[in-house]
Design a protein around this ligand. Structure first.
Ligand code: B12
Ligand code: SF4
Length: 503
């Protein structure tokens, strides 16, 4: 379906008086989805922000560049007839975190900001999970007026109001703003209890379901663990912040009412904490949602037990992607994972017992990884027999993580043989920069492939010089997935790829 046939199709008007000419709304908050990766993932963060702003009485337009075949024409068309008071851009992915693809999206965002300056005088604010990982750097690189680190629902409304009246920007949680030529960064608030609108009408979720094969929803934000490499606690908060199970179930019903019945959670890990995961499942079961919806989720390997697995199955869970990382005792300790290889085996068995499909995400090549530890992991995973295992090779380095403290002890980044990157000049973590333990040799992907030895349950790492036609589990512009979804496939991408391979 081509959504470019008329501007009205690309712009979700969610709070303008019916029939009023658009230019009569100079108070408009215009929110733009900048993520055009295919298959398309709905901009759920932007949607929550839009509906929260609407609930606070703001006039909101959502301009979704992902659903346009010609974004430039969509932008020009929109701003020729609409006057925005404030423009908000969502920036989900700074890069694709996938070595050796290593695609960086900041230059595209900077060009978009520049183009918007030529179309509108409205101030520009950027937010999103990718944004929050590198907030100051993104504001600097794009010359945006503002940024929001962390939750956007309250911050966006607060910024909008301060722009209209008062300009007390220091009162807006998580705001980045300019003062006397400096960028000032307010602390994010990380509210303990999350209350988010549940309507899910601000973006065209039906189109996302048709083209993306599933839609997201969140049950919680943040994470209280500190896995060595992970930036989630920095971007989303250092504690789990929960939504009421009733609210989550209401949202599932809103999506079901639109014909969307395959979902993917957007929590860091659904089972942290376990009690909340169970409470969400119980609410789904109480409402009979388990018979109407199928959902996939990310889970930490522990806590996971028969009671939780059974409740998840009855609540509609059909697939779990475990943050397995490794099955080598040494590597699990290095990654600061609380689980052990035996927990992985039990997790797979519990999924089998409950007929839940199971994927294990591996993270190969971290500090101290050797051919022997990789071999231990791959052999163990083969033995415990999940449906799929993602053999990711190369760890994306983020400032502020334990990984960076560890890597710093190895000496300067610039001369560290473990660093892999596709750009020249000084090492800069803002750009896609990866770590692969040098002891895996000059061709680490080859080594991992040889150990996998053609086992179809594994998604192999991409080689540094990929051969034409090679397929992988990078979801960045993955035409295999795009085609399968167009032909009706639904589900988590690993499950769709697995089904394609097994066909
Ligand atoms: C679930 C998930 C997936 C699922 C998505 C399922 C679905 N239907 O949504 C799947 C598996 C498909 C997936 C795929 C990918 N993902 Co992913 N994913 C996530 C995860 C766990 C949740 C994202 C999410 O929706 N969060 C919930 C929403 C509500 O939060 P939010 O977007 O942050 O929005 C809030 C704020 O940021 C802010 N906000 C958002 N927009 C705006 C705009 C304005 C103006 C303002 C003021 C505020 C604001 O307000 C919102 C509400 O408070 C995140 C990690 C995380 N914990 O967030 C990774 C994450 C976003 N993914 C990531 C990556 C790299 C990818 C892939 C590129 C991987 C790949 N190579 O295949 C693809 C990209 C797919 C695509 N088309 O974009 C990275 C991005 C890191 C980076 N360097 O930028 C993350 C951060 C994980 C990580 N740490 O590595 N992903
Ligand atoms: S990898 Fe998962 S459990 Fe570990 S810190 Fe990140 S989100 Fe939390």
């Amino acid at each position: 379906m081509d959504h470019d046939s008329s501007i009205a199709e690309k712009v979700g008007r969610i709070n303008c008086p019916r029939g009023a000419p658009a230019v009569s709304c100079p108070s408009m908050l215009t929110l733009i989805n900048t993520n055009r990766m295919m298959p398309p993932i709905g901009p759920i963060g932007l949607e929550y922000v839009a509906e929260a702003a609407q609930d606070q009485g703001l006039d909101v337009d959502v301009l979704d560049l992902c659903l346009c075949s010609d974004p430039e024409a969509a932008l020009a068309g929109y701003f020729s007839s609409h006057a925005a008071a404030l423009i908000g851009l969502s920036f989900r992915n700074v890069d694709d975190c996938f070595w050796p693809s290593a695609q960086w999206f900041v230059p595209g965002l900077a060009s978009l900001v520049e183009r918007l300056r030529s179309l509108s005088d409205a101030p520009i604010v950027i937010g999103g999970v990718g944004f929050s990982t590198f907030a100051r750097r993104v504001v600097e690189a794009t010359a945006a007026d503002f940024g929001v680190h962390g939750d956007g629902e309250q911050a966006m409304v607060a910024l909008y109001r301060q722009l209209r009246n008062g300009r007390a920007f220091e009162t807006v949680d998580g705001l980045l703003w300019r003062h006397d030529g400096q960028i000032v960064c307010n602390q994010p608030a990380w509210p303990a209890q999350l209350t988010i609108p549940t309507r899910r009408r601000a973006v065209d979720n039906v189109a996302y379901f048709a083209r993306g094969g599933q839609c997201g929803l969140e049950t919680k934000r943040g994470c209280d663990r500190r896995c060595l490499y992970c930036a989630d606690p920095l971007a989303k908060g250092t504690h789990s912040r929960m939504r009421a199970p009733k609210e989550v179930a209401d949202e599932v019903e809103s999506l079901l009412a639109q014909g969307i019945d395959v979902l993917h959670t957007c929590d860091a890990e659904f089972n942290i904490p376990r009690s909340h995961a169970l409470a969400v499942c119980e609410e789904f079961i109480r409402r009979g949602l388990g018979r109407k919806v199928q959902w996939y989720t990310y889970l930490a390997v522990t806590p996971f037990d028969a009671e939780l697995a059974g409740a998840m199955k009855r609540a509609g869970c059909v697939g779990i992607n475990f943050t397995g990382d490794s099955a080598s005792e040494a590597m699990l300790r290095t990654y600061r994972q609380p689980h052990r290889a035996a927990d992985l085996a039990q997790a797979v068995q519990l999924c089998r017992d409950n007929r839940i499909k199971v994927m294990i995400d591996l993270l190969l090549g971290g500090p101290g990884e050797t051919p022997e530890t990789v071999s231990t992991t791959i052999d163990f995973v083969k033995k415990i027999d999940p449906d799929c295992a993602g053999a990711s090779l190369g760890i994306r380095l983020y400032p502020g993580t334990g990984m960076m403290e560890m890597v710093a002890k190895e000496g300067p980044l610039q001369t560290n043989p473990a660093i892999r990157r596709k750009y020249s000049g000084p090492c800069d973590l803002f750009r896609p920069t990866f770590y692969i333990a040098p002891s895996l040799g000059p061709e680490p992907a080859r080594l991992v492939k040889d150990l996998i030895a053609g086992d179809q349950r594994f998604f192999e790492p991409t080689q540094e010089n990929p051969v034409a036609g090679a397929t992988d589990h990078n979801y960045n512009d993955n035409s295999e997935l795009v085609d399968a979804i167009a032909q009706g496939a639904r589900g988590a991408y690993w499950d769709i790829l697995h089904r394609l391979r097994s066909a």
